[in-house]
Design a protein around this ligand. Structure first.
Ligand SMILES: CC(C)(COP(=O)(O)OP(=O)(O)OC[C@H]1O[C@@H](n2cnc3c(N)ncnc32)[C@H](O)[C@@H]1OP(=O)(O)O)[C@@H](O)C(=O)NCCC(=O)NCCS
Length: 198
């Protein structure tokens, strides 16, 4: 499986910098659930060109842009930092905060990911875990299962060229960026999948 994720500018913090191509992701600070959903709706309106477009949110399901079936959406937030993605194929986005003081829940990882983290130096371990987890969630959102699927059943392979999801025989490269807000670092991961049957 190849990924249509393009190189170059994918995540922008201001849509005036968007080059008009898809996939695209917008990152920024939001306040509360209402603020996040308003910002997500505004993003979807801008991308679709429809000033009245609305998003249907349902617990445990990917958000759906009504009346624009060709545009697929994903959303994530962590500690007031949000990321929204739009693509013409299944898409998933996730944000994780890099937490150097946090415990790493090794039990939710694939054994090979645990081995990779054990080899990382102390400074790099928190970043590596944030990348692994963001990639898993982004991929599972693109699939539409979210964490209803056991995240240990997919493996994130870290490499200098960028992380890749290994899911059985399927390989999906994930676009990853690091963003800072003050002292805090966030990892944003964007997964795109081919259209079913393509
Ligand atoms: C999707 C999921 C991974 C989100 O995790 P999270 O860290 O709490 O929240 P994030 O900020 O990363 O993402 C939230 C967004 O995920 C999206 N989302 C929820 N379920 C989704 C799914 N199955 N597929 C794709 N996207 C989904 C929603 O758009 C939500 O944003 P919204 O509230 O603005 O609509 C998680 O809620 C999940 O797996 N839910 C489905 C399975 C489930 O309910 N399992 C029980 C608990 S394990």
């Amino acid at each position: 499986m190849s990924s249509p994720t393009r190189a170059g500018l994918v995540c922008v913090d201001d849509l005036s910098r968007w080059d008009g191509r898809l996939p695209v992701a917008l990152v920024g600070t939001v306040v509360g659930v209402e603020g996040r959903r308003r910002a997500f709706r505004d993003f979807a309106r801008r991308i679709s060109g429809d000033p009245a477009a609305t998003i249907r949110h349902e617990d445990g399901r990917a958000p759906v842009l009504l009346d624009h079936a060709h545009l697929l959406l994903s959303s994530a937030s962590r500690d007031g930092f949000a990321a929204f993605a739009a693509a013409e194929t299944p898409v998933g986005i996730d944000v994780e905060r890099v937490d150097p003081a946090g415990d790493i829940p090794l039990g939710v990882l694939h054994p090979a990911e645990r081995d990779a983290l054990a080899l990382a130096d102390e400074g790099g371990r928190a970043v590596a875990f944030a990348v692994i987890w963001a990639c898993k969630e982004a991929y599972l959102k693109a699939l539409g299962t979210g964490l209803a699927r056991d995240p240990a059943t997919v493996r994130v392979a870290l490499a200098p060229a960028g992380p890749t999801i290994h899911d059985g025989t399927i390989r999906v490269p994930i676009h990853v960026e690091e963003h800072r807000r003050g002292e805090t670092a966030f990892v944003v991961a964007l997964a795109t999948l081919p259209l079913p049957g393509a």
